[in-house]
Design a protein around this ligand. Sequence first.
Ligand SMILES: [Zn+2]
Length: 105
Amino acid sequence: MNAAELAVVVCCECGQVAFPPPVLCPACGARNWASEPAGPGIAEQLTELRRVAGAGLEQPVRLAAVRLRRGPALVARAAPGVEAGGTVRVGVDPDDGALVAEVAP
Ligand SMILES: [Zn+2]
């Protein structure tokens, strides 16, 4: 996959790391954010989606709950080979904008 690495934002005042970017820093109330690479995380749990409301799925989609080492948690599509407890890198699929967790090299 040629996914660009996910970016998180870091508060310029106190260093709080957030994803998705909030308007105000939840720690200090500042509004100034710097964008930085998300870095690796752990795939804490995986689940398989077989259907969604209002539409069928041609094939099941595996989802991973990922906790980034820098703090934020997110849900991403799990690439083949991702297992619970494994280290992953999170990217953004250029085709559909979805977050994708891949096995970290
Ligand atoms: Zn802050």
